[in-house]
Design a protein around this ligand. Structure first.
Ligand SMILES: Cc1ncc(COP(=O)(O)O)c(C=O)c1O
Length: 379
């Protein structure tokens, strides 16, 4: 057999995948490992997708998406994100996953460096490696409330640095950066002439501190923003998200979109219009469900003396298990799953700074969530 592309073995496997693979072999597992919302999709979204299939709306669309969907996104961005963009800046993507990859494809060449949050969402690192770029982790430390340390960021910049990735509300930490922190990151990016790639897939799930889109503060067109319908509307399998670019990139984006996916499935795009323009009470209900789970989980962990980072957003709880993990939280999570039948994500899957921590998904049935947390060992 001929050899694969030389850089492909350097793409790291997902550390959550291993837990998933063990979990599917077991009976009656409490699943707190993957970020899958436990909410039903709202009927008006399902109906719109079903109607598109029934009416055979199954052709290719324009690369950027169907006109009414792009228009609905432009309207939403102005209303919810204080982002005032033209339709040509909006690209409907196959979830945020493809939006991130697409953005990194146009921003990074082989050998370029990209600053990625550590702990951070694993795809940032995987994408960089896919492109033969170098992911450079910037640590988010517990002692700083998991906020970026601008001095440390300065020390990580080289002449090869091209992009900084920002994820707020963050997976796995649940931290939400405020306007001042985002301005600090933008100033840093401006000083070094970097692009900013902002992942905002959890924008609708914050618990107190409001979500701010970094692009709304951008004064010199250096921010690419990625959004998704997956988490907001609990439609992870429909695969719809969108990438918002600075102006002036229409021809380039059309070409890369054509080369990668051509376009997102037409029925999914119609479902997305219904999601964006329809009633949002169900999104508010989901937020309250996650908030209730968060409160219940925190009370239980407090009562058991287990330390955690209280999230301001997303739907994860970052729990300090260093007392049990003995320097190998991935191994501990696997043994815990086999023994207690509870799947959690080992923090080390999100970067070196995650060693000793686990991520609990709060988007779960409350009773099962508390049952699972109750099986954690006491400190
Ligand atoms: C931070 C972050 N970005 C992107 C994604 C991917 O989302 P999508 O389903 O839209 O591809 C996820 C999914 O877990 C995520 O947590």
């Amino acid at each position: 057999m001929p050899s694969l592309a030389h850089h492909i073995p350097s793409v790291p496997a997902s550390g959550i995948r291993r837990i998933y693979e063990v979990a599917v072999e077991l009976d009656d597992v409490i699943s707190l490992g993957v970020g899958e919302p436990d909410r039903p999709v709202a009927p008006h979204i399902l109906a719109a997708g079903a109607a598109a299939w029934r009416d055979d709306l199954t052709n290719y669309s324009a690369n950027g998406g169907i006109a009414p969907l792009r228009a609905a996104i432009v309207e939403k961005l102005a209303r919810e994100n204080r982002m005032h963009v033209e339709v040509e800046q909006v690209w409907v993507t196959m979830g945020a996953t493809q939006g991130l990859y697409q953005a990194m494809t146009v921003l990074l060449a082989a050998g370029d460096e990209v600053l990625v949050p550590d702990p951070g969402y694993t795809t940032f690192t995987m994408n960089a490696r896919m492109l033969e770029a170098e992911p450079v982790p910037y640590p988010l430390r517990a002692e700083r409330g998991f906020a970026p340390d601008l001095e440390e960021l300065e020390s990580l910049v080289t002449e090869k640095t091209r992009v900084i990735i920002v994820n707020s509300p963050s997976n796995p930490l649940g931290v939400v950066f405020d306007e001042e922190q985002l301005r600090g990151i933008l100033d840093f990016a401006r000083r070094h002439d970097l692009w900013v790639l902002s992942d905002e897939v959890y924008e609708y799930f914050t618990y107190g501190r409001p979500h701010v889109s970094i692009a709304s503060l951008d004064e010199d067109d250096r921010v690419f923003s990625v959004f998704s319908l997956s988490k907001t509307y609990a439609m992870t399998g429909a695969r719809v998200g969108y990438l918002v670019t600075p102006p002036g990139l229409t021809a380039t984006m059309r070409t890369v979109q054509e080369a990668s996916i051509s376009c997102v499935g037409m029925p999914d795009q119609f479902a997305a219009i219904a999601a964006l323009t329809g009633d949002h009470q169900h999104v508010a209900d989901s937020r309250e469900h996650y908030r209730g789970n968060l409160e219940a989980a925190c009370s239980l962990l407090d009562a058991r003396g287990i330390r955690y980072q209280r999230p301001e957003g997303a739907f994860y709880l970052w729990v300090d298990l260093a007392y049990a993990a003995d320097g190998d939280v991935a191994g501990w999570a696997e043994r815990f799953l086999l023994r207690e039948h509870v799947a959690v994500a080992p923090g080390s899957a999100f970067g070196r700074s995650g060693e000793g921590w686990i991520r609990i998904c709060l988007a779960a049935n409350r009773e099962r969530l508390l049952e699972g947390l109750g099986r954690l060992p006491r400190p």
